[in-house]
Design a protein around this ligand. Structure first.
Ligand SMILES: Cc1cc2nc3c(=O)[nH]c(=O)nc-3n(C[C@H](O)[C@H](O)[C@H](O)COP(=O)(O)OP(=O)(O)OC[C@H]3O[C@@H](n4cnc5c(N)ncnc54)[C@H](O)[C@@H]3O)c2cc1C
Length: 395
C-alpha cells in the first residue's frame, strides 16, 4: 500500500497497453500530471500478444482508411523520434489474391485506396513472382502498399513508458483499479485501487478487453468483447519473404464484407483462418492469422495447424521452416469493429478502447484525438464516428 496520503493527478489513465501508454505519453507532453495504473507489468494484455503491423491495406473504406492513413504516418514519426530501437521494419506490405475472384476484389481495393490517396500498386502474376520468387507459382496477382511498417509492440510499450517517466508521469504497476468516486454533480473525482486512492478530475479508461468490467464499476455500459487470434513464430534466420505479406482474405475476414467465397475448409471459415507472414526485426517471422470468439489465450492446436496449412499454400517454402512457439491474444472487439475514443455521460470520464485488430497502429492517433476531445480543441477527425453514443443511440 502507499502511504496514508492520497495521490493526486490531473489525469489517471487505466491500462498499461498501447492505448494507455499512448494516452499517458501525449497527456504528459501537454504538461499534465499523469498517473497510469496497470494491474500487471506494462504490455500485460493484448499489446504483447499481437504482431505489430502498421498498414492501411485492410482498413475499411471512408473514415477508417483516412484515420488509419494518418495513424500510420504518426507511427512512422513516433518511431523515428522516440530514440529507442523498437524493431521497426519499414518495407511496405503485399496482399496476395488466391483466385481470379479475389483478384477482382484486389482491383476494387486498389481503386478505393487510390481515391483515398494511399500509395498502392496493382501487381499481376509476373509482378508478384518478380517481387518475391518464394510465392506459390499459381498466385494470380495482388497489391503492394508502399507505406507503413512493422514493429515490436512490446518494445514500443516500454519505450513509451520510459518517455512518460522522463516527462514526470507516474506508472503504478501491479496496481488494480477497483472502483471510482464521484462528486455531487456526478463528475468523476477519484480512482480507487487495491493499493490506495487517487484524487483526479479526469480518467481515461484504456483497459482493452477488461474495459467493459471496469466501465461497469462507474455505471457505464460499453460493448467491448473478445475476438481471439493465434500466431506462429518461425525460428530465426529462415528467409521466407522480405516484408509483410498477407492474403486478400485478410481484408475479407477482417471486414466481413465481401460475398467472395474463399478456397478454405469449413473449419478455417469458422475460425477466420487466413495467411500472413511478417519478418521481424529480430530475424524471426510471425505467421498468422485467425479470428474467432473465445476468452482464453491458450493456443488452439487445430487452429494453429490450419494456419500453418494456409501459409504453405501461399509460400510452399514454409513447410521446411521450424515453428519454435505459438501464442494467442484477445482483440478488444466492438460490434462495428471500430474503436471507442470518446467522452461519456460522466463528466471527466473518457474511453479509449475497443481497437479490435488495429490497436497498435491506431493507438497513438487515438490518444492524440482523445486529448483534443478532452480539452475542447478543434478535432483532426470527425470523432463522432468513434463515440460511445453510436451504440447507445441504437439501444
Ligand atoms: C493475434 C493478434 C494480432 C494483432 N496484430 C495487430 C497488428 O498487427 N497491428 C495492430 O495495429 N493491432 C494488432 N492487434 C490488435 C492490438 O493488439 C490491440 O488492439 C491492442 O493491443 C489493444 O491495446 P489496449 O491497450 O487497448 O489493450 P491491452 O494491451 O490489453 O491493455 C489493457 C491493459 O489494461 C490492464 N488492466 C486491465 N484491468 C485492469 C485494472 N482493473 N486495473 C489496472 N489495469 C488493468 C491490463 O493488464 C492490460 O495491460 C492484434 C491483436 C491480436 C490478438
Amino acid at each position: 500500500m502507499w502511504s496514508k496520503k492520497m495521490k493526486n493527478a490531473d489525469v489517471v489513465v487505466i491500462g498499461g497497453g498501447i492505448q494507455g501508454l499512448s494516452n499517458a505519453y501525449y497527456l504528459s507532453q501537454r504538461g499534465l500530471r499523469v498517473i497510469l495504473v496497470e494491474q500487471g507489468d506494462l504490455a500485460n494484455g493484448t499489446t504483447s500478444r499481437s504482431d505489430g503491423d502498421n498498414f492501411v491495406c485492410d482498413a475499411a473504406p471512408g473514415f477508417t482508411t483516412s484515420f488509419t492513413t494518418a495513424a500510420v504516418k504518426l507511427m512512422v514519426e513516433l518511431v523515428h523520434n522516440i530514440g529507442y530501437d523498437v524493431d521497426w521494419l519499414e518495407k511496405g506490405a503485399v496482399m496476395l489474391a488466391e483466385t481470379e475472384a479475389e483478384l477482382a476484389v484486389a482491383k476494387e481495393i486498389y481503386q478505393a485506396k487510390i481515391e483515398a490517396g494511399v500509395k498502392v500498386r496493382f501487381m499481376d502474376q509476373k509482378d508478384v513472382h518478380d517481387d518475391e520468387p518464394n510465392t506459390a507459382p499459381d498466385i494470380p496477382g495482388g497489391l503492394e502498399f508502399q507505406e507503413g511498417g512493422s514493429l515490436s509492440p512490446m518494445l514500443l510499450a516500454f519505450a513509451l513508458g520510459e518517455h512518460i517517466k522522463a516527462m514526470g508521469g507516474e506508472m503504478l504497476r501491479f496496481t488494480k483499479v477497483t472502483g471510482f468516486g464521484f462528486d455531487q454533480d456526478g463528475a468523476v473525482n477519484k480512482v480507487i485501487t487495491d493499493q490506495g486512492d487517487i484524487l483526479t478530475p479526469r480518467v481515461v479508461l484504456a483497459a482493452g478487453i477488461w474495459s467493459t468490467g471496469i466501465a461497469k464499476l462507474a455505471g457505464l455500459d460499453i460493448p467491448v468483447t473478445t475476438m481471439k487470434g493465434d500466431l506462429l513464430v518461425v525460428e530465426p534466420g529462415v528467409y521466407i519473404t522480405r516484408r509483410k505479406t498477407m492474403e486478400i482474405g485478410y481484408a475479407l475476414v477482417r471486414n466481413e464484407n465481401s460475398g467472395v467465397e474463399r478456397k478454405i475448409t469449413p473449419f478455417m471459415q469458422q475460425h477466420g483462418v487466413g495467411f500472413l507472414v511478417e519478418p521481424t526485426g529480430s530475424h524471426n517471422a510471425l505467421i498468422g492469422f485467425s479470428k474467432y470468439p473465445a476468452d482464453t489465450v491458450d493456443s488452439n492446436c487445430r487452429v494453429v495447424n490450419a494456419i500453418a496449412r494456409r501459409a504453405i499454400r501461399f509460400f510452399p517454402c514454409i513447410s521446411d521452416a521450424n515453428i519454435i512457439r505459438t501464442y494467442s491474444g484477445l482483440r478488444p472487439w466492438t460490434p462495428d469493429h471500430e474503436a471507442i475514443v470518446s467522452e461519456t455521460s460522466i463528466p471527466g470520464f473518457y474511453l479509449c478502447t475497443g481497437h479490435c485488430g488495429n490497436g497498435i497502429t491506431n493507438g497513438p492517433l487515438s490518444a492524440k484525438c482523445l486529448a483534443q476531445i478532452m480539452f475542447n480543441e478543434p478535432a483532426d477527425f470527425d470523432m463522432s464516428k468513434l463515440s460511445i453514443n453510436r451504440f447507445q443511440n441504437q439501444q
